[in-house]
Design a binder for this molecule. Structure first.
Ligand code: FCB
Length: 452
């Protein structure tokens, strides 16, 4: 008999999605345009010119999707709310039809015995707020608090788990410095300002959410990429410190009261990214950002191996890679999850952690018999679950795990090319077929553990 690697009693197993990636109904019932609606219509930005207009049509099919989750045995469901459905003008006027949609979704989940975890912002900013300056502008942080207030006043009686933002690194840097995501800008200073206003809006929103949603737990979702040095050389070590600062510490440190990392402020200044210094940080901001929360939600997919290209002592063969990658080209590195969860526990003393996203893209589709055999996904998940279990054994307070994603969906700049789902979706017919990984995951949930 194989041994069972068990998870703690009460461990929460779920699936995750985001509004723009699954809902479709992009202009229905009073919803306004989001920055992703606009970005999809900007030539060259999204693979194949794909859009979120229809996506998984979840807006209309959510009762069936809830039944599907129930059949899979999911205990919890992480979804996001589309700001442009709730406040079509960004602020002010409330669109009741938008609130009603999420209210029906939440009621349906609760009736099915599935605990809702709602993310307030998963990237679909109302375009009207982008036109007024977007996240680089402080006014957007103020607007977010208004939006969070409206949503939690209406759903806070039933939703007891709130996540303010999904992946501030992506909102700030991927979208304003690298330019791969909406609004597609390439400007370091904008990105650093955006990061500050996203974090600030989190800090401001937490007390508002607590007021509106008694007994609720609130947290933020940060994404982490484990940073490994390609060699022990000083330049590689420095590149690794820099990457960890840019990707991980820039967000983690201020949220946990350590302010922005001084080494990064110095590096950004030297690189000319802060021509007027940190003038966007106003008195009280850092205290607001460090507001106590109930949990940290962690998204983890891969690692980066850092090599300083200019270092002479630094040959390409020093790069250690498992050689195994998912369809996204992301290295499979479960040990990075273990190390991250231990670091969050030992170095940051975080009281409670959820893994809000972990998963992989593979294109496997239905075979002749209609079955989707995605053994590689099972293998990926098994190894990452084992890494999380090992971190829990080491003392890391991980209390739940959400697989990204419940179903194949709109994968941002990659359009529909990348399939992360436990459930396969035919985007022509909207047929859903649970993959073999879904059946395997049901088994994991059932026994609250994995076979070693
Ligand atoms: C994360 C996003 C999520 C999904 C996965 C693959 O960065 O939060 O929406 O696209 O990556």
């Amino acid at each position: 008999m194989s041994e069972l690697l068990s998870f703690p009693k009460g461990f929460v197993w779920g699936g995750a999605t985001a509004a723009f990636q699954i809902e479709g109904a992009w202009n229905e019932d009073g919803k306004s345009e989001s920055i992703w609606d606009r970005f999809c219509r900007t030539p060259g930005k999204v693979a194949n010119g794909d859009t979120g207009d229809m996506a998984c049509d979840h807006y209309h099919r959510f009762p069936d999707d809830i039944r599907m989750m129930q059949e899979l045995g999911l205990q919890a469901y992480r979804f996001s709310i589309a700001w442009p459905r709730i406040l079509p003008d960004g602020r002010g006027r409330v669109n009741q039809a938008g609130l009603d949609f999420y209210s029906r979704l939440v009621d349906g989940l609760l009736e099915a015995g599935i605990t809702p975890f709602a993310t307030l912002y998963h990237w679909d900013l109302p375009q009207i707020l982008q036109d007024a300056g977007g996240w680089p502008s402080r006014a957007t942080a103020e607007a977010f608090v208004e939006y969070a207030d409206v949503v939690t006043r209406h759903l806070g009686d039933r939703v007891k788990n709130w996540m303010t933002h999904n992946e501030p690194w992506c909102i700030a840097f991927l979208s304003h410095q690298i330019g791969e995501h909406a609004p597609g800008h390439q400007n370091w200073n904008e990105a650093i300002r955006a990061a500050h206003h996203v974090l600030l809006s989190h800090g401001w929103a937490v007390p508002v959410i607590r007021r509106n949603s008694p007994d609720a737990e609130v947290g933020i979702v940060l994404n982490f990429t484990h940073a490994s040095a390609a060699s022990a050389s000083q330049p590689d070590q420095n590149a690794t410190r820099w990457f960890d600062g840019y990707f991980n510490r820039w967000f983690l440190d201020p949220v946990y009261g350590r302010r922005y990392p001084a080494d990064m402020v110095e590096d950004y200044t030297a690189a000319g990214h802060l021509p007027s210094g940190m003038d966007f940080v106003q008195p009280g901001d850092m205290e607001a950002i460090a507001v106590p929360t109930d949990f940290l939600a962690v998204n983890y997919y891969t690692r980066a191996i850092l090599r300083d290209e200019e270092a002479a002592d630094n040959l390409p063969q020093t790069i250690v890679s498992s050689g195994e990658e998912t369809a996204m080209g992301w290295e499979i590195y479960p040990d990075g999850l273990y190390q991250l969860l231990c670091r969050l526990h030992f170095a940051y003393h975080i009281p409670k952690i959820y893994i809000a996203e972990n998963g992989c893209a593979y294109s496997d589709g239905p075979g002749d018999d209609g079955k989707v055999r995605d053994e590689r996904r099972i293998s990926y998940l098994r190894r990452h679950f084992a890494a999380a279990q090992r971190a829990i054994q080491a003392g890391s307070p991980v209390e739940g795990y959400f697989v990204w994603s419940l179903m194949d969906n709109f994968e941002w700049a990659k359009g529909y090319d990348e399939r992360f789902g436990l459930v396969w979706v035919d985007f022509e017919t909207q047929q859903r077929i649970p993959k073999e990984s879904a059946a395997w995951y049901s088994g994991v949930i059932g026994q609250n553990g994995i076979d070693a």
